[in-house]
Design a protein around this ligand. Structure first.
Ligand code: HEC
Length: 280
């Protein structure tokens, strides 16, 4: 055997070692690393605040606007300033989420631990009037929410869940579900729920709080805050007021013209315009 063989081997292993060591120097390189199985490591993206062909048909921006009805969170929350509709929606969503105003979000004159509210029988706790103005769109919203969330127990016309005798026939005046409660859901036409009657149950704030958080926090009636926004809650209150008003009109409220038509109808058909005439 030749003596050179071990020397050759030694040189080869030295070269390998040197190669390995220089490969691990940790130097920065602008070249992408060679990857055996890149998988989904590299994907195309667009830089923020640049234009992009991808959304060319919408607005050509690389970034999307906040989705209507959502609130973005980050370490520095962005509260958009301006009067584009989506901006006001975003600001309102944020206010809804933070629930900063006890009048609007609780129907109470001051912040109060919800667990304590039912212990307060003080009228001063509930706000008297719906905050903000009421318009037709609000009433329509209130009607649709009422019919979905309240009518099952309180009836479409708000008569509650009692059985009444009408012309000798027993009829369910209100919601189908209502009668299953030990205490039937009350009628909203009960004078105690009229605005001027009771300083507690008659107040808009009381109806709102009940709609949102139930009676005694669900013990006697479930609350619907999981499904209703504050706007929805106030819309329901407005609609309950409209239902009440619909029963309180007198002939004197009817314009002269129509009063004559009414008189004629009454003469022609004695049964027209009975108590249940406006029911659904
Ligand atoms: C699942 C049945 C049910 C539904 C749905 C329901 N209620 Fe009630 N509600 C009741 C019952 C039962 C009571 C009576 C509770 C008691 O005093 O024992 C009641 C009572 C009330 C009262 C009177 C509270 C008081 O202290 O006098 C109000 C106001 C009221 N409900 C509003 C609403 C509104 C608004 C909705 C819809 C958002 C609604 N309810 C949906 C069952 C229901």
């Amino acid at each position: 055997m030749d003596m050179k063989t071990p020397t050759k081997l030694g040189v080869l292993s030295l070269a390998l070692l040197a190669g390995t060591l220089t490969g691990c120097r940790g130097d920065r390189s602008d070249k992408p690393p060679r990857e055996l199985l890149p998988g989904m490591d590299d994907q195309p993206r667009v830089n923020p605040q640049t234009s992009s062909e991808f959304f060319a048909e919408v607005d050509g921006r690389s970034m999307r606007k906040p989705v209507v009805g959502t609130v973005g969170f980050s370490r520095q929350p962005v509260v958009p300033e301006g009067d584009e509709p989506w901006m006001e929606t975003a600001r309102q969503d944020r206010r809804d989420l933070l629930e900063v105003d006890p009048r609007r979000y609780l129907g109470l004159v001051r912040e109060e631990d919800p667990a304590e509210v039912w212990r307060f029988q003080t009228p001063a706790l509930w706000i008297e009037r719906i905050p903000g103005s009421v318009d037709r769109a609000m009433l329509e919203r209130g009607q649709s929410r009422f019919n979905i969330y309240c009518s099952a127990c309180h009836g479409f016309s708000g008569e509650g869940g009692e059985i009444k005798l009408v012309d000798g026939v027993e009829i369910e005046t209100g919601g189908m579900v209502g009668r299953r409660f030990n205490t039937p859901p009350p009628s909203f036409h009960d004078p105690k729920y009229l605005p001027e009657s009771d300083e507690r149950t008659g107040r808009d704030g009381y109806l709102f709080y009940t709609a949102m958080y139930g009676v005694e926090h669900g013990a006697k009636m479930p609350g619907y805050a999981h499904a209703l926004s504050a706007d929805d809650g106030w819309a329901i209150v407005a609609y309950i007021r409209a239902l009440q008003e619909s029963r309180r009109g007198t002939l004197a409220d009817v314009p002269e013209e129509q009063r004559r038509i009414l008189d004629r109808q009454r003469g022609g058909n004695a049964n027209a315009g009975t108590e249940r005439g406006g029911d659904s």
